[in-house]
Design a binder for this molecule. Structure first.
Ligand code: TRP
Length: 633
């Protein structure tokens, strides 16, 4: 035990390692897709505010605890308090969180490795070639009229996405919940919704049969239903409408649906005029391209789906990845972790810049810029604000003692503000650069920004397949950098868990790394096989409504991290001896210290509690703050 505790080789080494922990799948995989789902600009802005008001102060708190105690999280609290203390529970929470996060982190990182190899063997090029062939077949077998109809519908749907959302946002979410319930109830009792049919007929009645065909509106339901069906409908409606509030909500929803349909018709007609001006050749070319893209999408989607449901492949890559992580952690603080980060971090930044520069020359770059940086309140929901705060924790590696652990390998008593700000800036810059590398490609190849978790594993390969020859190189770069980012984060997760056994139980570093890494890998098999239909854990899905993987990700990022962050803020704000706190901030201006105290004592805890209340369902932000987010225009 008397053996000298390991230290970072230099200050820069510490900052790079901490930034390496922060920059990970959270930045490149998660941030772009949640930005996409939350409509871009405003979400990004709020995320930046969360980083500044909650992220940086808690980062300082964690580094402070580690530096002052020179111990990993569980041991740190009792060291600082000079006795056994309940605060040590926060450290345990962190070990559990690290264990859980790492167990699925290696699975996603493993997919990135698999895709890097797939890129090296160039799987996208054959997909590109087959799609070419299928595109030409489509071209010779389809009439221009059919093509035009398809294109009109497609364009109109795209144009309508946000306007329709704006209309629907005029009513609170609970109105739409009631409407869903209403429709399901009718459906279940096999009653036709007469009001809806009549509305559709009325909106469309002025159009000729030719127009309807051209717009693809040929399957409008017949409003002339039998007397019997009409009575059944009236009865059902009366029965459901006994509750006055419910009836009012359905009325409201129905009148909004009418607005939507009128808008839809207008848009379809407008788009038709647009296509009327195009030549036959233009239409055929465009339709062929759309079809080809759909084929590519299908094939890429199959490829990804095949990896996710193949438990053995996922497990294999997770194991390889874990092996690398164990080797680095076993190598020690400065010769393992620090050295790796010193090499990988600059490489990562360089690779991202190459990709961003490539994106800057694509048509979609302008659209991407305005998507990421132009705030548009109509695209964000109140719950998106809370998601931004939750993500601030994940992306900065906060709330589980990773920064306590990394901070504890540093003896210096100065520079805490500068270091925290630097780490946060690096992390944020890379998250934003990741958006600027992904969205230009997504928009240039007409992909959906809100594609969800598959954004990186489906939409990007799709774009690479479209690019054809050069796509292979970009794909290797892209997935390679994803792997690098994941490695420097995963080592911090393992370090938190392993350091307990090193600091408290006096294990040798090698033994701790190999043992804990091995155990976490075994636990991670649950995530690797989560979507494999041949595996027992798939029974998890029916009983919990989602798969094992998603369940533990949700648990860790939505519960463990915010809770850990809350306690850490409360500890440095209220529990930590003043003398120790001040010793860490001798170089900080008094006004800054006061501001920071205000943040960790009140603001950050309050915000985190709001997030947690939303998670438990005590508070429904979308319902409560509906009026703020949807001011009438
Ligand atoms: N911050 C990393 C990312 O963005 C993930 C991570 C590493 C992490 N260590 C952590 C998250 C500790 C929370 C706590 O991918």
């Amino acid at each position: 035990m008397a053996e000298q505790r390991s230290q970072w080789g230099s200050r820069l080494g510490f900052v790079l390692a901490a930034a390496g922990s922060a920059v990970g799948l959270g930045n490149i995989w998660k941030f772009p897709y949640i930005t996409g789902e939350n409509g871009g600009g405003l979400f990004v802005l709020i995320y930046l505010v969360c980083i500044a008001l909650v992220g940086i102060p808690i980062m300082m708190a964690e580094i402070m605890i580690g530096r002052a105690a020179q111990k990993q999280p569980v041991v740190a609290f009792s060291t600082l308090q000079g006795k056994k203390t309940a605060w040590a529970g926060v450290g345990w929470l962190g070990i559990i969180a690290g264990f859980v996060i790492l167990s699925y982190y290696i699975v996603v990182a493993g997919w990135a490795m698999d895709f890097t190899l797939k890129s090296v063997v160039n799987i996208t090029e054959p997909i590109h070639d087959t799609a070419e062939v299928e595109g030409s077949v489509y071209r010779v077998t389809t009439s221009t009229a059919d093509m035009e109809t398809m294109l009109i519908q497609r364009q109109a749907e795209k144009d309508l996405k946000y306007p329709v959302r704006r209309i629907k946002n005029k009513a609170k979410p609970s109105v739409w919940d009631d409407y869903d319930r209403y429709e399901t109830a009718l459906d279940k009792s096999e009653v036709v919704d007469v009001v809806k049919r009549e509305m559709l007929a009325e909106v469309w009645t002025s159009e000729s049969a030719d127009t309807l065909t051209a717009l693809g509106q040929t399957d409008l339901p017949d409003p002339n239903v039998s007397e019997e069906a009409r009575n059944a409908y009236r009865d059902a409606r009366n029965r459901l409408f006994e509750d006055n509030a419910f009836a009012k909500n359905i009325d409201r929803a129905e009148s909004l649906m009418r607005e939507v349909e009128i808008l839809r018709k207008k848009q379809l007609l407008a788009v038709r005029v647009l296509y009327g001006e195009k030549t036959e050749l233009e239409i055929r070319d465009e339709a062929e391209a759309v079809h080809r893209r759909a084929v590519i999408f299908q094939k890429v989607d199959d490829t990804f789906g095949a990896v996710a449901v193949d438990g053995w492949t996922s497990a294999f890559w997770s194991a390889i990845f874990m092996l690398l992580v164990i080797l680095i952690v076993a190598g020690g603080i400065s010769s393992g972790i620090e050295r790796t980060c010193r090499i990988l971090m600059p490489t990562l930044i360089f690779l991202i810049l190459v990709m961003v520069i490539y994106g800057a020359f694509k048509d979609g770059f302008g659209e991407a810029l305005s998507f990421v940086f132009k705030p548009d309140p109509s695209k964000l929901k109140a719950s998106g604000v809370l998601e931004a705060l939750g993500h601030a924790f994940f992306t900065l590696s906060l709330g589980m003692g990773a920064m306590i652990t990394y901070g504890s390998y540093q003896k210096s008593k100065t520079g805490i503000v500068g270091q925290s700000v630097m780490i946060a800036i690096l992390d944020t810059a890379i998250a934003l650069l990741a958006c600027m590398m992904i969205f230009p490609i997504i928009f240039s190849y007409d992909q959906e920004a809100a594609a969800g978790p598959g954004l990186v594993f489906k939409s990007m390969p799709l774009a690479f397949a479209e690019i054809g020859k050069g796509g292979m190189l970009l794909a290797i770069l892209f997935f390679g950098l994803l792997v690098f980012a994941a490695i420097t984060s995963a080592i911090s997760l393992l370090e938190v868990v392993a350091s307990y056994f090193i600091d408290q139980l006096g294990w040798a570093r090698r033994k701790a790394a190999w043992t804990l890494g091995g155990i976490i890998l075994v636990f991670g098999l649950g995530s690797a096989f989560a979507s494999d239909p041949d595996f027992v854990l798939s029974s998890w899905q029916p009983s919990y409504g989602t798969d094992f993987f998603t369940t533990i990700d949700y648990l860790a990022s939505n519960w463990l991290l915010p809770m850990g962050g809350l306690f850490i803020a409360l500890y440095v704000g209220w529990g930590m001896p003043k003398r120790l706190r001040e010793a860490e901030m001798t170089d900080v201006a008094p006004a800054l210290v006061a501001g920071w105290l205000l943040l960790v004592r009140f603001i950050a805890p309050a915000l985190v509690i709001v997030v947690l209340l939303q998670k438990v369902g005590v508070l429904d932000a979308d319902e409560l703050f509906h009026a703020w987010f949807n001011r009438p225009d």
